[in-house]
Design a protein around this ligand. Sequence first.
Ligand code: URA
Ligand code: URA
Length: 260
Amino acid sequence: MPELKNFIDRASKFIEQQRQMFGDFSTATTSSEAPSQAKEIEEEITSNSASIATEKENSPQIERMSDPAELIANCKTCDELKALCEKSEVLRTDLENTNLVFGVGNPNADLMIVGEAPGANEDKQGEPFVGRAGQLLDKIMEAVNFKRNEIYIANILKHRPPDNRNPTAEERAKSLPYLLKQIELIDPKLILCVGKVSGTTLLGKDEALKNMRQKFHAFHGRELMVTYHPAALLRNPNWKRPTWEDVQLLRKRYDELAGK
Ligand code: URA
Ligand code: URA
C-alpha cells in the first residue's frame, strides 16, 4: 500500500518537525489516542490549498518556521547553519546513526574545497577528508603552499552514504541548498571541486571531468575549478599529472585574486 506508507512517512516527518520546533507534545499520547491524532495530521497535510491558506493566516509563524528554505536563509553564521544541519533529517542517507560531517577550516577562507560525501573515517571523526584520500588531498594542497587550516573543506553530502556508494541525485538535490548557504557564509573567492560528482552537482550539468578541468567557471559571483578526486588518483596515478597542473593554475589564480 504505497499510499499508506507515503502518508505515514509524511505524518512522521510532520510530527518530527513539530517536535523539533516546539519540543515534545505537552499532553501525553496514549496508544488509544494515537489514531485520532494521526487523523488530525492526515487532515492537516492533505487539506486543500484554501484551508492551507486559512491555516497560514491563523498561524503564520508555524508555516514560516517549517519552510526549510527559510530556515536556511535565516542562518547568519556557520555555527547556526551547522546547528540547523544537526537537526535536518533531509540530509541523512539511508545509513543509520551517521554523524554530521559539516565542514572544517578557516571560516574566512578565500579557497573552499568541495568533495563528494564523507566516508567511514570522516563519519567517525565528524570531519571531511581525514582518511587516505584526505591525506593525499592535504599533500596536493601543501605542494602549492596551502595549509589545511588556511582553507575551508566541505562535501556535497553531509552524511555518509552506505557502502561508499555515489550520492543519488535526490540526496545531492536535498543537500545542495545547505551547501550553497555554507558557501555564501564562508564567502570564498575560489572553489575547488574534487571529482566529477562535486563538479557536476555545483555546475548543474553533466560533463566529463576532463571537460570541466583546467578552467575557471563562473559560479554565483565566484570562480570554480574542477579537478580529479584524490581517491581517483589513488586508483589511477595517471591522473596525478593533470591534477598537479590544475592546482598550480588554482594557486596562480588565488594569488591574482590577492587571497588574504
Ligand atoms: N571523499 C570525499 O569526497 N569527501 C570526504 O570527506 C572524504 C572522502
Ligand atoms: N572520474 C571521476 O568520477 N572522478 C574523478 O576524479 C576522475 C574521473
